[in-house]
Ligand binder design. Structure first.
Ligand code: HEC
Length: 108
């Protein structure tokens, strides 16, 4: 009897550990968003908070400060951007992280 109670306790502990690891991974992560932006977006966009933007694409700072920018619009854009921006086929979690990073740039 003692052994099975211990097994049940262990199963609960493992379940809780997995559940909390999973919820940690779904929270949008600003630092990861910056990392992804440098990797996927910086060839066209200025993704850092300051610096000289290229003419070809708006800087992330100006996108984040545009009053018409909302998370919904950003998701829609990333799911289906129009030329000259290419479709990037990001995972939902990657979009969330990039959008969290964009939001962190908002100064106005
Ligand atoms: C190959 C170049 C290129 C890459 C790579 C690129 N973009 Fe763009 N992006 C553009 C251009 C050009 C525009 C302007 C399009 C326009 O105004 O019609 C744009 C516009 C945008 C806009 C503004 C949409 C709006 O509503 O005005 C957002 C947001 C955006 N990009 C996000 C991203 C993100 C996030 C990434 C990386 C995951 C990325 N872009 C990668 C070229 C690129």
């Amino acid at each position: 009897m003692h052994g099975s109670r211990r097994a049940r306790w262990l199963a609960t502990a493992v379940f809780l550990a997995v559940a909390s690891a999973a919820s940690g991974a779904t929270a949008a992560d600003v630092a990861n968003g910056l990392q992804l932006s440098r990797q996927w977006c910086a060839s066209c966009h200025l993704v850092e908070p300051s610096g000289v933007a290229r003419d070809s694409a708006p800087s992330f700072a100006s996108i984040s400060n545009d009053p018409t920018t909302t998370p919904e619009r950003l998701h829609a854009w990333l799911a289906d951007p129009h030329p000259p921006m290419p479709g990037l086929d990001l995972a939902k979690q990657q979009e969330d992280d990039i959008i969290a990073y964009l939001k962190s740039l908002k100064t106005q």
